[in-house]
Design a protein around this ligand. Structure first.
Ligand SMILES: [Zn+2]
Length: 340
């Protein structure tokens, strides 16, 4: 089968590899019908994360179940399925509490790779959610976004306690930040401040529900958010970047007693203990438990109540994955969908 393999930073190729197969009796193998490139795939691409030899890429996927292991009961061959970027049993105490991304048996799909014709899905019963009905092309894109970026944006908004009467600030205008805006809007936020300096992303932010745009960054951005909120700061802030600047921007934009949901994968963030103590805000973040939200998100998508697939602004065949990585690296694309 074909698979996207990163050989070194900046060196992504589509290689012929051994076809994905069942390893554990709880596995399924799916025929991937669409996958995509994630902002987090850019960390190794840019050499910020190490690349230890040729590595399979991708952790977002939708597809059709091709084969199941002997212990798989709830998922059947032929099912059209969506799963999260973390495989989970969905039965342990951590999963039951809604934190499937930290399941005691978790398997990171990035280590398995899903930018390929087929993919092995560990813990299939816990990980995969069946989609009933025949999704349209638009719904298909949205279902793919649910695999990570929509689910992650949703968790960030929930973690930040976005809701009725709340002012929500969103730091980061990548796919996750944009979809956190959509989530905040669906959760009933009164006002949503998108922090973005790119015209095309601002437009999408407004489409998803942003009421205000702040172009300034860092402490200037914080000052603008305070100005827009009567000097108080936001009730709820989403951090969807993962850098020192964005994390401080998020914490400082939040009023005392407010909540920060942080989902940008942390790279070099160091917080000063006393400053954190004095900020008097709640922080909740981490790898998003996308599986918690999947049934609800699938329903919203299949009822055409949300259109998160609008974040995909470039579609390429898997063969052209290298061009997709370049486009995202050079910020020519927000989110690249790879077709098979
Ligand atoms: Zn679990």
């Amino acid at each position: 089968m074909r698979a996207v393999i990163m050989h070194a930073p900046g060196d992504v190729r589509v290689d012929e590899v051994e076809k994905a197969r069942l390893v554990e009796p709880t596995d399924a193998v799916i025929r991937v019908t669409a996958t995509c490139i994630c902002g987090s795939d850019l960390w190794p691409y840019r050499g910020i994360e190490e690349v230890n030899g040729p590595s399979p890429m991708g952790h977002e996927y939708i597809g059709v179940v091709e084969e199941i292991g002997g212990e798989v009961k709830d998922i059947a061959v032929g099912d059209f399925v969506v799963g999260s970027f973390v495989a989970s049993d969905n039965t342990c105490e951590i999963c039951q509490a809604g934190y499937q991304s930290r399941c005691i048996h978790q398997v990171m799909m990035a280590a398995v790779g899903t930018q390929s014709d087929y993919a092995r899905i560990p813990l299939a019963d816990g990980t995969l959610v069946k989609v009933d009905g025949e999704p349209t092309e638009k719904q298909t894109k949205s279902l793919l976004s649910a695999s990570d970026v929509l689910g992650t944006g949703w968790f960030a908004a929930v973690a930040a306690e976005a809701g009725p009467g709340k002012t929500v600030a969103v730091v980061g205008d990548g796919a996750v930040g944009l979809l956190a805006i959509l989530a905040a809007q669906r959760l009933g936020a009164e006002r949503i401040i998108a922090m973005s300096r790119h015209a095309d992303r601002q437009e999408l932010a407004r489409k998803f529900g942003a009421t205000d745009i702040v172009e300034e960054r860092g402490e200037e951005g914080v000052a603008r958010v305070k100005e827009l909120t009567g000097g108080y700061g936001a009730h709820s802030t989403v951090e969807a970047v993962g850098t020192q600047e964005s994390m401080l921007q998020a914490i400082h934009s939040t009023r005392p007693g407010g909540h920060v949901g942080y989902v940008g994968v942390s790279h070099g963030v160091e917080l000063d203990g006393l400053a954190l103590f004095l900020s008097t805000v709640s922080l909740l973040g981490g790898p998003a438990p996308v599986r918690r939200f999947l049934p609800e998100l699938i329903e919203l998508i299949m009822n055409d109540e949300i259109d998160p697939g609008a974040v995909f602004d470039l579609e390429l065949p898997l063969e052209q994955a290298a061009e997709g990585y370049r486009a995202m690296d050079e910020r020519r694309a927000t989110k690249v969908l790879l077709t098979l």
